[in-house]
Design a protein around this ligand. Structure first.
Ligand SMILES: Nc1ncnc2c1ncn2[C@@H]1O[C@H](COP(=O)(O)OP(=O)(O)OP(=O)(O)O)[C@@H](O)[C@H]1O
Ligand SMILES: [Mg+2]
Length: 273
């Protein structure tokens, strides 16, 4: 169990605002912390601002005509806005984009090898890391010679995480790993994330719409709505919170409800009152 009071903070996002195209205000003062050795979940529905937050952290907003206009993002004492995405990777922060993004025409193994490009480590060290990735993802070993474009969605998600691991990251920003995958595969991938966290000490900031799964695997969670953090706390507490149960887990004292029923209530949420 991660003792939150004892751990060092790797990443601190303080009150950031993000604007797209000079006018569209998308993040309206988001603050969060990622402790060393933790799995931190960033939760929320469609368009809440999860991806925008991750891209702000890894300094990838420029290509989207977006900018951080207020607040600060500090990784180990350095402002990330002053670092290029590549410099950030060298400091141990890497993002796994939403929608997987493997190079379709390369094999799985070639994809993994592209993840080692920022490293000056010798061949033997890179080979050892490749072996480590295959140990965590046995399916990737089986598919190592397959062209990535022909592998399944789950294998491509594993490939994207495996490629990030090849940069020897301290922190992985993982965007919506469950997207489009069958429940069993989602469990498998989250199980591997947990192993990587516990055995390799990789810290995660995990953006997810799938609150149920994310809160089972994470230590701490933040819930975003319309660009604001509306609730945060240890994952175990969020799982038991009545509002989270009702609006995000689809369960309430009245019994199980489908997500659609819950959303159609349109009752004012208690935490916004
Ligand atoms: N490049 C962009 N230009 C303008 N608006 C954008 C851009 N990217 C995202 N947005 C808007 O910013 C808001 C937050 O989007 P974001 O992708 O961060 O949400 P999200 O929480 O990741 O959602 P999802 O769960 O659907 O991935 C949305 O209203 C979206 O339409
Ligand atoms: Mg997103």
């Amino acid at each position: 169990m991660l003792d939150e009071a004892q751990t060092e903070t790797l990443l601190e996002v303080s009150n950031i605002e993000v604007i797209y195209n000079h006018v569209i205000l998308v993040l309206k003062g988001v603050s969060l912390k990622v402790p060393k050795g933790g799995i931190t979940a960033l939760l929320g529905g469609n368009g809440a601002g999860k991806t925008t937050t991750l891209k702000a952290i890894s300094n990838l907003l420029h290509s989207e005509r977006g900018a951080v206009t207020k607040g600060s993002i500090i990784y180990r004492g350095e402002r990330v806005q002053e670092l290029s995405p590549e410099a950030l990777v060298r400091r141990g922060v890497i993002q796994v984009m939403e929608g997987r993004h493997c190079f379709e025409h390369l094999t799985i193994e070639e994809n993994l090898m592209t993840g080692a490009y920022t490293r000056s480590a010798g061949k033997a060290a890179v080979a050892a890391d490749l072996e480590m990735v295959y140990t965590y993802f046995p399916r990737l070993r089986e598919r190592r010679k397959s062209q990535a474009g022909y592998t399944s969605g789950g294998e491509q998600q594993m490939c994207a995480i495996g490629r990030a691991l090849m940069s020897k990251p301290e922190t992985i920003l993982l965007d919506e790993p469950s997207m489009g995958l069958a429940p069993q595969l989602v469990e498998e991938i989250f199980g591997i994330v947990k192993d990587l966290n516990e055995r390799e000490g990789v810290s995660f900031l995990l953006a997810e719409q799938n609150t149920n799964v994310a809160l089972r695997f994470a230590h701490h969670g933040y819930i975003l709505e319309s660009g604001r953090v509306v609730m945060e706390g240890p994952a175990a507490e969020l799982r038991e919170n009545p509002d989270v149960k009702e609006f995000y887990l689809g369960v309430s004292d009245a019994g199980r409800k489908s997500f659609r029923d819950v959303r159609s209530y349109r009752r004012r949420k208690r935490w916004l009152a």
